[in-house]
Design a protein around this ligand. Sequence first.
Ligand code: PSU
Ligand code: MN
Length: 291
Amino acid sequence: MPLPRVALESTVITHGLPRPHNLDLARQLEDIVHEHGAQPATIAVLDGQIRIGLNEAELERLANEPNVRKISRRDFATAILKRESGGTTVAGTMFAAHRAGIRVFATGGIGGVHEVETLDISADLQALADTPMIVVCAGAKAILDLPATLEYLETMSVPVIGYQTDEFPAFYSRYSGLPINARLDTPEEVARFAHTHWELGLKSAVLVCQPLSPEEEIPADKINRYIEQARREAKERDIHGQPLTPFLLARLAELTGGESLRANLALLRNNARLAAQIAIALHNQTSQKVI
Ligand code: PSU
Ligand code: MN
């Protein structure tokens, strides 16, 4: 029997984390998924080929190659035709993983609605709306407009699950003051929920939001003023579109003296672990019919 698979994204490797943390983290996530009895599949595009799972040398190449593309769903055809390499975003990873039959995916934080004057809504939200997959995250990145992001997810019929929490986590912080849709406390409950959601014929993702532990988090009042500053600087420097999220994450790591980076790495590891546990639970129960 093949092991249940867990998809891992690669924009976090190419654009989200500084070197050498990016490669260390990529390896750690694969190890964590393995240790919990599932098969990791880091998704990326290498030389114009969509790859479902990378070997050690390929991971290393992706982590160290300068100027690789950030690949969302609309960018695949360009990358394929130009034989380029790149890291896949949450939206890009969901697209490729779904085509490969993978049902569980771990990321850090999903993209969402940006709090800037120009319209900037991540394609991650549309992918969540139309791809049946369990996506484990730590909420949406706190650099976003979280209430607007949750409204969009509601409009698109994406259930937002609080994992062992009653509040939507804000990536670096455990609490956002915003509600979730339902709370679930075990991997088995998540698997049963997703199975039921899809048996009904719904095509949307199930978004599982797991907060950092109290020891790992950065409380909201502390991180929020740095987020304000990073956003202000992005505006002054006229940074928008695809480079915006990587700029804000990198600037926050500088402003917090590495604290935001440590929190980011911790939540990525936590999410890989939970995704592996959910993949196993889902694998064990998908034969049951619910309606
Ligand atoms: N989670 C992290 N770091 C990241 C990302 C997620 O901890 O860098 C990436 C994801 O790949 C997500 C992307 O899809 O940021 C969002 O980019 P945008 O806002 O441009 O859609
Ligand atoms: Mn965007």
